[in-house]
Design a protein around this ligand. Sequence first.
Ligand SMILES: NC(=O)c1ccc[n+]([C@@H]2O[C@H](COP(=O)([O-])OP(=O)(O)OC[C@H]3O[C@@H](n4cnc5c(N)ncnc54)[C@H](OP(=O)(O)O)[C@@H]3O)[C@@H](O)[C@H]2O)c1
Length: 268
Amino acid sequence: MSDFVKVVLVTGGSSGLGKAICERLAAQGHKVYGTGRKVTDEVMAGYTMMAMDVTDSASVQLAVDRILEREGRIDVVVNNAGIGIQGPAEDITPEMAQKVLDTNLIGPHRVCRAALPAMRTQGRGLIVNISSIASNFGLPYRSFYSASKAALDRYGEALSIEMKCFGIQVVSIQPGEFKTNIASGRLRPEKISEAHTPGYNKAMEVLGSSLHYSRDPDELARVVAKVIDSEHPKATYIVAQGMQRISVLAKKLLPGRMFQRMVGKHYE
Ligand SMILES: NC(=O)c1ccc[n+]([C@@H]2O[C@H](COP(=O)([O-])OP(=O)(O)OC[C@H]3O[C@@H](n4cnc5c(N)ncnc54)[C@H](OP(=O)(O)O)[C@@H]3O)[C@@H](O)[C@H]2O)c1
């Protein structure tokens, strides 16, 4: 897919990585629609924002229908909207877990279900799922975040195989840590149980002091732009540096228990 202006839907375009993706793609001449829960229709710097809550099927369908009405097609969907969650796994209530999965996994599925019929008719399309390097391993005290992104990757993999015959490609982008609002918006248990408090506090201290949080979201947006312009995008792109990148390789190479010890030590 290259050499023409693409109609792109970016979920979660109101902040962080999604906003950077909207700005970068619009600057490169694409017709971009960003979405967020609180926005009313608004024309930003070269792109349009509209309302969509990815946990609400009717809201997703409405936004997709409106783009199709205006443009007649959707070439690319960037499933970016997502939320974080932190807390000892034992303290995460099923309701909290459901909320994360509803946003980070079922949300992209709702958007795909709304956009895929048009893409099949067009005979081409690209779905870009913004996953995380956390999908590659279970991060301590962020179990359901890792689980939601791992599930999103497996979902995308299966979808990719099913959709190939319709000319539709599916890509997973796995960012490391970028400077956005994700940390402040993470779901947290109301109470951390006493037994888990020392380990949890220590891990959150390490997480909070991570220097990697200073990375510019536009760096990620540039990768999305490259993927969109690529004729044959790869299945997975890891956009991380240093230890974060190495940890993905270490997970593949090291025996399971050794890798778990390494991650555990990092958060001690
Ligand atoms: N920042 C990182 O270090 C990092 C690393 C790996 C992966 N990621 C992934 O990157 C994606 C973007 O996160 P970010 O870091 O840019 O965080 P962010 O600044 O908090 O932005 C999250 C975006 O998701 C939207 N959103 C949340 N829940 C939604 C819902 N139910 N319906 C529609 N939109 C919803 C928010 O829009 P409204 O609140 O306006 O609705 C916002 O635009 C997420 O999928 C995240 O998991 C981030």
